[in-house]
Every structure is written in structure tokens, then in C-alpha cells.
Design a protein around this ligand. Structure first.
Ligand code: SAM
Ligand code: ZN
Length: 172
């Protein structure tokens, strides 16, 4: 376990990840281990489906501790971005020691899964649709700079529609 975080019980769901130090905005807190590729020869172990992540070209990864315990929040304090070939967990704002580390699962996310959120944030969306482009327009705008390059490429048609909608909002 990197010294930057700990894993403990969470009010959001079962286990969560907590900051073990104070972090300034824009700091890499963790590097995600994406080496556990899920395929026919390496299926997800029983009971571990909720620890899978879905990346480019329908690639599926069995996430490892501690990052597999990061919960979703509708008011995230980190996001995930590929930097120098590795997915990093980066602070979005100041994070105090002991604060739960949470990202918005809809960033870089496709699919048609609907689930109920228990994040407890004042701006909780309650019913979450997994696809980024189902987010309210204002939130798509807020999250646009956070999107990973592979997602921007894979969903380029939707990104173009979003950019057009945003420039129609603020012509010129
Ligand atoms: C990557 S795991 C997070 C770690 C999980 N809490 C655990 O102890 O294994 C993702 C799963 O956690 C749960 N989860 C995470 N954030 C949630 C939230 N805001 N509301 C409801 N369930 C959440 C969901 O079951 C989801 O499939
Ligand atoms: Zn929520």
C-alpha cells in the first residue's frame, strides 16, 4: 500500500480509500495498477466484478488494492488521468488527511447501467446513469478537461456534439 492512502470502512459503501496526508490540488496521489487484464484466460475472480474497470477498446481490468476500494462521489476530490503511460489518481482540490478519496465514476465511462448513489454529497445526483454523456450539460462542461485521451478519441463524435452545444450556449 502506498503511504499516501489507507483503506477503511466508508459511509458511502463498505470499504473506502482515505488520504494519509494533506494534498494540494493537482498532486498525483496514486498510480493505478492496470496489469490485471480480464480476458478468457484470466476471468474476474468470483465476487470481484465490482472491482473491475472498463478502459479503451472494451478492455477490462481487475483493479487491485488500494484503488479498487475508491468509491464514487457526485462531488469528487480526485480524478483519473493517464500521464506518462500510467493511470494516475490526481487531486482536484485541497484534500485533508483523513478525508475519503472519491472520484466520479461517470468520468471516462460508457454503457447503460443505472444505479442509486449513496455518496451523501449535497449535489448528489441520486440516480446515476453510467454514460458520461448522460450527465447534465453543465457537469459535462465541468468534467470535460478531466477526460482521458483514450475516452476523448473513442467518443469523439459525442465530444463534438458536446463542444457544439457548449459553443451554442456562449456564441463567439
Ligand atoms: C470500485 S468499488 C469501490 C469499493 C467498494 N466500496 C468496496 O468496498 O469494495 C465500486 C463499488 O462500490 C459501490 N459504490 C461505490 N461508490 C458508491 C456510491 N456512491 N453509492 C453506492 N455504491 C457505491 C458500488 O457497489 C460499486 O460497484
Ligand atoms: Zn452521489
Amino acid at each position: 500500500m502506498p503511504p499516501s492512502v489507507t483503506v477503511a470502512q466508508s459511509k458511502i459503501d463498505c470499504q473506502g480509500v482515505y488520504a494519509a496526508a494533506d494534498f494540494a490540488p493537482g498532486v498525483v496521489i496514486l498510480t493505478i495498477d492496470d496489469s490485471y487484464l480480464v480476458d478468457d484466460e484470466h476471468p474476474v475472480p468470483p465476487g470481484e466484478a465490482h472491482h473491475c474497470d472498463y478502459l479503451e477498446a472494451a478492455k477490462s481490468i481487475w483493479m487491485q488494492p488500494p484503488e479498487c476500494f475508491i468509491n464514487h462521489s457526485c462531488d469528487p476530490n480526485v480524478y483519473v488521468k493517464t500521464l506518462d503511460g500510467f493511470r494516475r489518481v490526481v487531486s482536484l482540490r485541497q484534500i485533508a488527511v483523513g478525508e475519503e478519496v472519491v472520484y466520479d465514476f461517470c468520468v471516462n465511462s460508457s454503457g447503460d447501467v443505472v444505479w442509486q448513489c449513496n455518496c451523501g454529497a449535497p449535489r448528489c445526483r441520486q440516480t446515476i446513469h453510467s454514460d458520461f454523456f448522460h450527465l447534465p450539460l453543465e457537469l459535462q462542461k465541468e468534467y470535460l478537461p478531466l477526460l482521458d485521451d483514450w475516452f476523448l478519441q473513442e467518443r469523439s463524435a459525442d465530444v463534438e456534439v458536446l463542444m457544439a452545444a457548449l459553443s451554442a450556449e456562449h456564441p463567439g
